[in-house]
Design a protein around this ligand. Structure first.
Ligand SMILES: [Zn+2]
Length: 117
């Protein structure tokens, strides 16, 4: 179940990660639709301001929230695209994503890295 404070938590953690990883300020945007059931977010690395779109509900079911651990994993994955040298999917992106997921776990978030890393 998605908590009422989830969006504030996502925004706060994103700002902290941007500072810690020396990333630009990244705006989060709720994504009302996805391209496919397994597509949970999008990283707009070259847009100004840079942004991440996160889907918060099940594909095609806007009243059914995704598990928070799925949303946190998606945030880690999308933030991984902003890490220098890790833009494209591959070992560097995976390493960046896992480091961010690890940091989120250390800060009390449940991150399901089985899904999309
Ligand atoms: Zn990706």
């Amino acid at each position: 179940m998605t908590s009422l404070t989830l969006w504030a938590d996502l925004t706060e953690m994103t700002a902290l990660i941007c500072t810690r990883w020396n990333l630009p300020t990244i705006t989060l945007e709720a994504w009302n639709r996805g391209k496919a059931p397994r597509c949970f977010g999008e990283a707009h690395v070259r847009e100004r301001p840079p942004k991440i779109r996160l889907r918060l509900h099940c594909y095609g079911r806007p009243r059914r929230p995704l598990a928070e651990s799925t949303i946190w994993a998606t945030l880690a994955h999308e933030l991984g695209h902003f890490v220098p040298g890790a833009f494209h999917h591959g070992p560097a992106h995976r390493e960046a994503t896992l480091a961010i997921a690890h940091w989120l776990r250390q800060n009390g978030k449940s991150v399901d890295t089985r899904l999309n890393i």
